[in-house]
Design a protein. Structure first.
Length: 117
């Protein structure tokens, strides 16, 4: 399985912070701020893990999750939701999400989840 991580987050500053944080922790990271760019990255790369925000400008994280799992069922997916988004978590779990984390995100918690997937 690939060691690459895909991050899909529409908040550019937060996305770049996550990318830098994970890169400093020895992960190979690629990021996108919308579904269209994420799908293009998925066509060109195999990702071992993905961190997907649920709310994106052009599609939601579950739609990306389904396409990612179709392409590579082995990819581990962490879905980012707002605190209290239980319905989203249930939808993502039924689509194949491996883990969830609610915003705001503690970087150390994120790292533990990624390492455990």
């Amino acid at each position: 399985m690939s060691s690459k991580i895909l991050i899909v987050e529409d908040d550019v500053v937060f996305c770049k912070l996550l990318t830098r944080f994970l890169s400093k922790n020895n992960f190979e990271v690629m990021d996108a701020q919308n579904g269209k760019d994420a799908l293009e990255l998925m066509d060109l790369n195999n990702f071992g893990q993905a961190i997907l925000d649920y709310r994106l400008p052009d599609m939601n994280g579950v739609e990306i999750l389904k396409k990612l799992k179709f392409k590579n069922p082995e990819t581990k997916v962490l879905l980012i939701t707002r605190f209290g988004d239980e319905e989203v978590a249930a939808e993502a779990k039924s689509a194949g999400a491996d883990a969830f984390i609610a915003k705001p995100i503690d970087p150390d918690d994120l790292l533990k989840i990624i390492k455990s997937m």
